[in-house]
Design a protein around this ligand. Structure first.
Ligand code: ADP
Ligand code: ZN
Ligand code: MG
Length: 501
């Protein structure tokens, strides 16, 4: 019998707010342990939580970005939590009335579109961090009470690649929406995997096994690549899988059992008596709706449609938002957006990354570098230097038209670009100053061609007797005579006409 995997993911995302979920402490990564704490997030007796409104907005915004429904009513519940990294001994979360539910995420997979349904996205709070030393453990409560959103998927995922792409799509959407920086290294995104197997062709779900402790999306993929064959092996040998939680050991590359049986009733959920239920007004919802942005996939598809870009170009602009915006500002006025895209991607981006590498080296130890590295996508540096460009964006349009009109060759255009990048001068000024304009003057080209043919009777003869390649040599000679300025297309035409005459 053949078996297939059924996978559902629970993704925890730290929200991009200034302060924590129930108090005014900073939501800040990397501070000295226990410096962003107060009686509220330390769970001292008698304190009362005050919800962070921006966190509520970001959760609803996520719902909108994930095509979810927005219930008119949501509430907070307490969930028993008995590990030392949470001083209250309960975690505030949303149990049966989450902020948003029933949506989907669409993403590209194997040249097609895949869809994973979203069960719900709800708001809760992060816990502190424990560090274990040889004879004692340390607790840092800076992270305790940081707004955390949990996004639960339906069990629609069928293999590890799909899980991986789903996570990347989700991450990109959240970054686009300004919901989270999703910095994996800082633990801003964490994911639990639920996986079961069943005979192909059946619909009943098998025993759900939850895997924890992956610290990257590729860790999720590897954990599934280990776990799915393991489960199939167990059932094929006649064994029985039971609902349980396993831990991924990244170094060993295996999952191992942590605990079996853990059910909702173990958590003793009950409504938090300190927090009012949420019933957003239409005005409040409208303000959140105004923050909805175009999603990454939609942007890519639109770039392909509106500017006739090939998929890899559109993909580049999807990943590098500022660069895409820069391109789009020009593409609207361009006759040939594809040519503009080539310059932006192949030349401008290359130059910017050269300079950002240098900048990064220069800044590595300063606070600035730290701040910048958490900015939007990997393009933070590109973003920064785009604003610093010396030439006006329209310069690129001019450059493209100069090439298309045959005023300069593509090779000369590279030099012009380097010059405009360095000095900010306009392409036409540079062409003029350096006398780079191509010679398209037919009389001059005729003369160069005659000279080249006269000086090279051998190759001329070869071409006449059918060796087409001999023409390239002659073209090169004409180019030399013109000091690299003759219009290559014209040289070719003129030489052929003369030799065939
Ligand atoms: P729990 O109540 O244990 O948290 P849920 O039903 O809420 O379980 O599901 C948690 C996650 O596990 C969801 O992402 C869901 O899609 C997934 N899931 C549920 N049952 C299965 C199963 N049998 N196999 C794989 N994934 C499952
Ligand atoms: Zn606090
Ligand atoms: Mg659940």
């Amino acid at each position: 019998m053949e078996y297939e995997a059924v996978i559902g993911l629970e993704t925890h995302v730290q929200l991009k707010t200034k302060s924590k979920m129930w108090c005014g402490c900073a939501n800040q990564y990397g501070a000295e342990p226990n410096t962003n704490v107060c009686p509220v997030c330390l769970g001292l007796p008698g304190v009362l939580p005050v919800p962070n409104e921006e966190a509520l907005r970001l959760t609803v915004l996520t719902g909108l970005l994930l095509n979810c429904e927005l219930p008119r009513f949501a509430k907070f519940d307490r969930k028993s939590y008995f590990y030392p990294d949470m001083p209250k001994n309960y975690q505030i979360t949303q149990y049966d009335r989450p902020s948003t539910a029933n949506g989907f995420v669409e993403f590209e997979l194997n040249n097609g579109l895949s869809r994973v349904r979203i069960t719900r996205a709800h708001l809760e709070e992060d816990v502190g961090k424990s560090t274990h030393f040889e004879r004692h453990s340390g607790l840092d409560f800076n992270r305790a009470g940081v707004p955390l959103m949990e996004i639960v998927s339906e069990p629609d995922i069928t293999d590890s690649d799909m899980a991986y792409e789903y996570l990347n799509a989700l991450k990109e959407i959240l970054i686009y929406g300004g919901v989270s920086d999703c910095d994996m290294e800082k633990g801003m995104v964490r994911c639990d995997v639920n996986v079961s197997v069943r005979p192909v062709g059946t619909t009943e779900l098998g025993a759900k096994i939850e895997i924890k402790n992956m610290n990257s999306f590729s860790g999720v993929r590897r954990a599934l690549d280990y776990e799915i064959p393991r489960q199939i092996d167990v059932v094929k040998r006649g064994g029985q899988l039971i609902q349980s939680t396993r831990r991924w050991d990244d170094l060993a590359g295996i999952t191992e059992e942590m605990r079996t049986k853990e059910h909702a009733h173990d958590y003793r959920y009950f409504p938090d008596p300190d927090l009012m239920p949420l019933a957003p007004t239409d005005e409040w919802l409208a303000a959140v709706k105004a923050r909805v942005v175009e999603l990454p996939l939609a942007r890519k598809q639109r770039f392909m449609r509106e500017y006739q870009l090939p998929a890899p170009d559109a993909e580049t602009f999807k990943h590098d938002v500022p660069l895409g915006n820069y391109f789009e500002g020009l593409a609207r006025q361009a006759k040939n957006p594809k040519a503009v895209a080539n310059w932006v991607i192949n030349n401008l981006r290359a130059k910017l990354s050269e300079s950002s590498n240098r900048r990064e080296e220069a800044l590595t130890s300063s606070d600035d570098a730290h701040h910048e590295s958490q900015s939007l996508l990997a393009s933070a540096f590109t973003n920064l230097t785009l604003a610093d460009l010396k030439f006006k964006p329209e310069g690129l349009l001019e450059l493209v038209s100069l090439v298309e009109a045959g005023t300069i060759s593509s090779a000369a255009a590279q030099q012009v670009f380097a010059e405009m990048f360095a000095t900010g001068k306009s392409p036409s000024t540079i062409v003029q100053e350096k006398g780079m304009a191509q010679v398209s003057d037919t009389a001059a080209i005729e003369k160069f061609c005659d000279e080249a043919i006269a000086a090279n009777p051998g190759p001329a003869h070869d071409f006449k007797s059918g060796k087409a390649a001999a023409l390239n040599f002659l073209k090169g000679q004409v180019m030399k005579l013109s000091k690299g300025k003759a219009n290559p297309a014209l040289i070719g035409e003129t030489l052929e006409r003369k030799l065939k005459a």
